[in-house]
Ligand binder design. Structure first.
Ligand SMILES: [Zn+2]
Length: 164
């Protein structure tokens, strides 16, 4: 993805108030490897239940504030992130809710979805599968995962924006 500035990130939130945007804690943007990401995602270090996902929609950065459910999934079972579809231990996936943008969100309307608890789908999908003669190359596998993640992220955004 194209790099984001702090000002762009703060201005990007579509489902939070200006006050929330001003208060959010940003990650170290200078440490981000933008080329290996579909979206910038992080948990707020001061308010750990809060998280944010920011991605480019055309030439417009769109940020979504999410809140992790307090209830944790039962340990020992497998779960799957709905954005990157990586199967992993349930403790690494969390149920997040996102307020819908605008009036609907102010009335308490939310979208719930399971996402990697650390909001780092872009990192997990880049763990290369073992090379095998029977499968596409690891590079192709990762490119396919990235395309799928991008597509599902856009669908999630459309839902938060109540476009469908
Ligand atoms: Zn994920």
């Amino acid at each position: 993805m194209k790099a984001l500035t702090e000002a762009e990130v703060r201005a990007s939130l579509v489902n939070a108030s200006g006050g929330d945007a001003a208060r959010m804690t940003l990650p170290g943007l200078h440490e981000v490897v933008w080329d290996s990401r579909e979206y910038l995602g992080w948990r707020d270090t001061r308010v750990p239940a809060r998280g944010y996902l920011v991605h480019w929609r055309g030439d417009q950065p769109v940020g979504i504030a999410v809140r992790a459910a307090e209830q944790r999934m039962r340990p020992g079972i497998q779960a799957m992130c709905s954005l990157c579809r990586t199967p992993q231990p349930a403790s690494q996936v969390a149920l997040f809710s996102a307020a819908r943008a605008g009036e609907a969100g102010r009335e308490g309307n939310t979208v719930g979805t399971y996402i990697c608890a650390d909001l780092a789908c872009s990192l997990i999908i880049r763990i290369a599968p073992p090379r095998s003669d029977m499968q596409p190359s690891p590079e192709e596998v990762i490119a396919g995962r990235a395309a799928g993640l991008q597509q599902r992220l856009e669908a999630f955004t459309a839902e938060v924006l109540a476009e469908r």
